[in-house]
Design a binder for this molecule. Structure first.
Ligand SMILES: Nc1ncnc2c1ncn2[C@@H]1O[C@H](COP(=O)(O)OP(=O)(O)OP(=O)(O)O)[C@@H](O)[C@H]1O
Ligand SMILES: [Mg+2]
Length: 629
């Protein structure tokens, strides 16, 4: 986190700025040039105004005559200065804007790209709300100081110019400047140091608020059905209140320092007038010079604030940057290999697990990961259907994840057609295997888009064929707009069984050579489930139909009975294998499990009938959509 000392924050904040300049050097140069031009013109304007007062106004008052020539000259000079100032402001603003938003866009892209590259184990450890705020508010926070940065750099140059011109004018006045400008600078530094912890805290709370919000929207169904609305609101309100207090603390500090920063230059002007009047009486300076310097102090007050803006934003920037870097520097992604499975042999693939051990990474660094699989070995021969059966928590989903390489084994190998899955390219792997996960995920898009996923070669004909195999063509055809029907966020307008069949069709549309079904048809009617599996099996060999070996996590007797072989797992180990009938006779645990499932089926069937007929109540669905926005 961005704690540490404030000096530390300043140093690291400057490091973030350096990084920004390294990434956008040209546009930064344009912005700084604009800013320096502006600064130069501010100094010039002070001297022209001084000249007008000293050489035109004072003589006019003294002698009653106006030096029209000088006045005209001054007018032309002021006009020219104004034009250049405008050009300077334009260049600075445009440059700073370009730089800030380009960096934001680039880092948003990098962060989201990184999310997709990082393995599932990383995602298990990081809340979705955090990921959202990393890609949004943290990226924005990191680059906030970029907006005033060119102004601040130009102002520094301007301050040096001002001091030099002060010395050229009069050493006494220069001393006033030497006292005031560093004081202004120091005040800004103190300000930003005080600000550091407050800003960091606010930034952290912003993320926490978004995490809580995300969680309660995500679990809207649970929250509502369990009547937890009030508690959830209280939980959110508590954190939102803390954020409010943190931001008010920021505002309070601003309230104290802003007037101080405003006052100091005015005090400087006052000092200039006192010292200047004295020097004027001594005859050391002219009226022109005195007015110029006094005016200079007045016009400098505003740009100097830009330095304060940058410094004040640094803590928040560092906090955001740290959180962004945490994502970008995260390790553990699974590099892909370079081997490609021969597309010519595009029959069903053979899946082989050899002595696979696996443990999930520990939640905390000091813990050791829990061993989930030990010495798992089995084969799904080409074109065959293998059922994976076992009690809950036995490791079936973990085996499914290993088969499609969502995770890699600690030791042992997972091979497709004899090639270690770690040696395959991402594309080869994706076109060879497809997983239909235990929890179906549906995008907030049309039915067609959900199935095709923009993959090449998947036209409506393929989509319908996949839907037919998944026994989903009937309900899709009955939808108001057919394939063009929007299915709502996470498919909330579909029933559980419909969602499952949609995700199954998605997997089938890619014509995978190995299909891994993780309890993928649990919400589907048992008869339909058996029909789907039977269809998948018998389609092997038919022209144009998906040809796949199947690894299916199954519970129902009718489904299991369709498999060529059953692999029975308990506590991460393969306990027995054989046909359903063999296992029923020889493995007591297996027989108990299958019978227990059958009994539970009767009860589940009633719920499912309701589920198939009526999707979520539409009011809730609208609520879901609204809260997710
Ligand atoms: N992301 C994870 N991090 C840590 N442990 C996990 C993770 N996912 C699963 N586990 C643990 O691994 C073991 C096996 O889980 P897995 O999901 O593979 O079981 P399963 O056989 O699919 O169970 P079910 O029938 O309930 O789906 C369980 O003890 C579980 O607690
Ligand atoms: Mg599972």
């Amino acid at each position: 986190m961005a704690s540490g000392t404030s000096r530390d924050v300043l140093g690291r904040g400057l490091g973030v700025l350096r990084q920004a300049i390294r990434e956008q050097p040209r546009i930064f140069a344009v912005a700084v040039l604009g800013s320096v031009l502006f600064g130069g013109m501010v100094i010039a304007s002070a001297f022209v105004v001084g000249a007008v007062v000293g050489d035109v106004v004072v003589p006019a008052i003294a002698r009653g005559e106006v030096a029209t020539g000088t006045l005209a000259l001054a007018a032309v000079a002021l006009f020219g200065i104004s034009v250049l100032r405008v050009v300077g402001i334009f260049g600075r603003r445009l440059g700073a804007g370009y730089m800030q938003y380009r960096l934001q866009a680039a880092y948003r892209r990098r962060v989201t790209r990184r999310y997709l590259d990082l393995p599932l184990s990383w995602h298990h450890r990081n809340a979705t709300g955090t990921l959202l705020s990393n890609a949004n508010s943290d990226v924005e926070a990191a680059w906030y100081p970029i907006a005033p940065l060119p102004f601040a750099v130009g102002t520094l140059v301007m301050l040096v110019g001002a001091i030099v011109s002060l010395f050229a004018t009069d050493w006494a006045l220069a001393l006033v400047g030497l006292a005031v400008f560093p004081a202004l600078f120091a005040l800004n530094v103190v300000y930003s140091r005080r600000m550091a912890p407050r800003q960091a805290r606010a930034q952290r709370l912003r993320a926490e608020v978004s995490e809580i919000a995300h969680e309660s929207f995500d679990g809207a169904l649970v929250v509502k059905t369990m009547g937890r609305e009030a508690q959830e609101t209280t939980r959110f309100a508590g954190r939102a209140g803390e954020l409010r207090d943190a931001l008010i603390a920021v505002g309070r500090l601003r309230g104290v320092f802003d007037p101080l920063l405003e006052t100091l230059p005015s005090l400087g002007t006052l000092a200039v007038l006192v010292v200047g009047a004295f020097r004027l009486r001594q005859g050391a300076i002219s009226v022109t010079e005195l007015v110029s310097v006094a005016f200079l102090f007045t016009v400098l007050a505003f740009p100097v604030r830009a330095i304060g803006w940058v410094l004040a934003e640094l803590p928040r920037s560092v906090a955001g940057w740290d959180r962004v870097r945490r994502v970008l520097d995260a390790t553990g992604e699974m590099p892909y290999g370079s081997r490609v499975l021969d597309p010519a042999t595009s029959g069903p693939a053979t899946l082989t697990f050899t002595d696979v051990h696996f443990s999930y990474p520990p939640a905390e660094a000091h813990q050791t990961g829990a061993k989930v699989l030990g010495a798992v070995g089995f084969t799904v021969p080409a074109g065959r259907t293998v059922a994976l059966v076992g009690p809950t928590g036995a490791g079936k989903s973990t085996i499914a994840s290993l088969a499609v390489r969502l995770v890699d084994p600690d030791s042992g190998t997972v091979e497709l057609d004899g090639v270690d899955v770690r040696d395959l390219t991402a594309a080869s792997l994706a076109s060879t295997v497809a997983l239909v996960a235990q929890v179906p995920f549906v995008f907030d898009d049309t039915v067609r888009a959900n199935i095709a996923l923009d993959r090449p070669g998947i036209d409506d004909e393929v989509v319908w064929a996949a839907l037919r195999l998944a026994e989903a063509d009937g309900f899709v055809a009955a939808l108001p707009d057919g394939l063009d029907t929007m299915v709502g966020e996470r498919g909330t307008s579909l029933s559980g069984g419909q969602r499952q069949r949609l995700t199954l069709a998605r997997a089938l549309a890619g014509s995978p050579r190995l299909l891994v079904l993780d309890d993928a048809t649990s919400a589907v009617d048992p008869r339909v489930e058996a029909a789907i599996l039977a269809g998948l099996r018998s389609s092997a060999g038919e022209p144009g139909a998906p040809v796949a070996s199947i690894l299916v996590v199954a519970y129902r007797r009718a489904t299991i009975a369709l498999a060529d072989e059953v692999i029975y797992v308990e506590q991460g180990r393969v306990v027995a294998r054989g046909t359903h009938t063999e296992l029923l006779g020889t493995v007591p645990g297996y027989a108990d499990l299958v019978t227990a499932y059958e009994q539970a089926e009767v009860e589940r069937a009633q719920e499912r009938t309701y589920d198939e007929v009526a999707p979520l109540p539409s009011g809730l669905e609208i609520e879901n959509e609204r809260s997710a926005r």
